[in-house]
Each structure stands twice: as structure tokens, then as C-alpha cells.
Design a protein around this ligand. Structure first.
Ligand code: ATP
Length: 174
């Protein structure tokens, strides 16, 4: 296969990443200020295996990545802590005490602080190579340092299958 042909076939990270234009926005957590309830709502209203963590919704600067299963464990532990602290409440205190503010969920302990990222213009053959070599399950896509999207292993497999349908001699499928 000529190198030129190979180049013609290669797509970019931006062609494979999610969300697509018509999809709902990327589901992200913010580094600070999200309550356990808010995180729980996000986790329960989606089925994604993980969530990028950003500095703020406005900046979309990537801080890390948390797996859904670790979030669920953390939320569970938080509920236990809340139950224990309610149980220990001093009965002598006046009952009209202001209710405590909902506790923020601590992400530090469960967050991957250096998730793998590529830029939107990274050719997919390079991205596929990195997935294979590092055994990645997902990688994040950025543009000028702002988080843009996510590519999972399954997204790549689907993309390869699409290319193979279009062109059985595709380099990516070999
Ligand atoms: P499956 O759950 O079917 O095994 P998968 O292995 O691709 O799929 P998921 O994390 O569930 O893993 O992702 C499902 C789809 O949603 C993928 O196309 C992925 O790119 C996209 N996705 C993953 N995480 C997020 C997120 N936090 N926000 C928006 N889309 C996401």
C-alpha cells in the first residue's frame, strides 16, 4: 500500500470522537462545587463508563477522569457517612438549626489525574496505535487545551467497521 493511499484513508480524532453534532453535550464533572446529589443525578441519568473532570463548565480545562464504578462506590460511602453523622446529632441542639449544606463529593482519591489525551487533529492511525500499545479503554480529545470529546475503544471499532464497509482494502482494518 502506497503511503499516499494510507494518508487518504486516515481520519482524524475529531471524526471519531463523541459527542457528534447531534448528540447531547459531553457529560462532565466539575473539579469543585458539585454536591453528591448533583453527581448522583448525572451518573444515574447517563450510562457512560466514565466522566472527564474539568476546572469549570466555562473553561472546559481538563483536570482528570473518573470511572462510573468508582463514583458509585464513593457516592455509596458518602451516604453511609451522612447517615452516621445524622445518627450522632446531639439531641440537645435546637431542632430549628439550619440544615447542613449538602457535602461536596471528593473526587481527588478516585480521579485519574493524567488521562490520555489527543488533539482533535491527531490522525486516527496514530490514535489506534496508542490504544493498542497502551491498552487504553478511552482517550479524551482536546482543542487548544479545552476538552472537546471522548473516544472509546468501541468507538474506534465501530469506525473501523464503517471504513471496512466502504472500502474492504482499508489499511485501518488490517
Ligand atoms: P458500551 O457502554 O456500549 O460498552 P463504550 O465501550 O463505548 O460503550 P461508554 O463509556 O458507555 O463505553 O460510551 C458509550 C458512548 O458514549 C461512546 O460512543 C462514547 O464515546 C460516549 N461517551 C463516553 N463517555 C461519555 C461522556 N462522559 N459524555 C458523553 N459521551 C460519552
Amino acid at each position: 500500500l502506497e503511503p499516499k493511499e494510507e494518508f487518504e484513508h486516515s481520519s482524524l480524532a475529531v471524526d471519531v470522537m463523541r459527542p457528534r453534532r447531534s448528540d447531547p453535550a459531553l457529560a462532565v464533572l466539575t473539579q469543585e462545587g458539585m454536591t453528591v446529589g448533583e453527581v448522583e443525578t448525572l451518573v444515574e441519568s447517563t450510562h457512560y463508563s466514565g466522566f472527564p473532570v474539568v476546572v469549570s463548565q466555562e473553561s472546559q480545562r481538563l483536570v482528570g477522569f473518573v470511572l462510573r464504578r468508582d463514583l458509585l462506590i464513593s457516592i455509596g460511602q458518602n451516604h453511609i457517612l451522612i447517615c452516621v453523622s445524622h445518627f450522632n446529632v446531639n439531641p440537645q441542639l435546637p431542632s430549628d438549626n439550619a440544615p447542613e449544606a449538602p457535602p461536596p463529593l471528593r473526587l481527588r482519591g478516585i480521579m485519574d489525574l493524567s488521562p490520555f489525551t489527543v488533539t482533535d487533529h491527531t490522525p486516527m492511525d496514530i490514535t489506534v496505535d496508542i490504544f493498542r500499545k497502551l491498552g487504553l479503554r478511552q482517550c479524551l480529545v482536546t482543542h487548544n487545551g479545552r476538552l472537546l470529546g471522548i473516544i472509546t475503544k468501541k468507538d474506534i471499532l465501530k469506525h473501523m467497521a464503517q471504513i471496512a464497509n466502504r472500502d474492504p482494502d482499508s489499511i485501518l482494518f488490517n
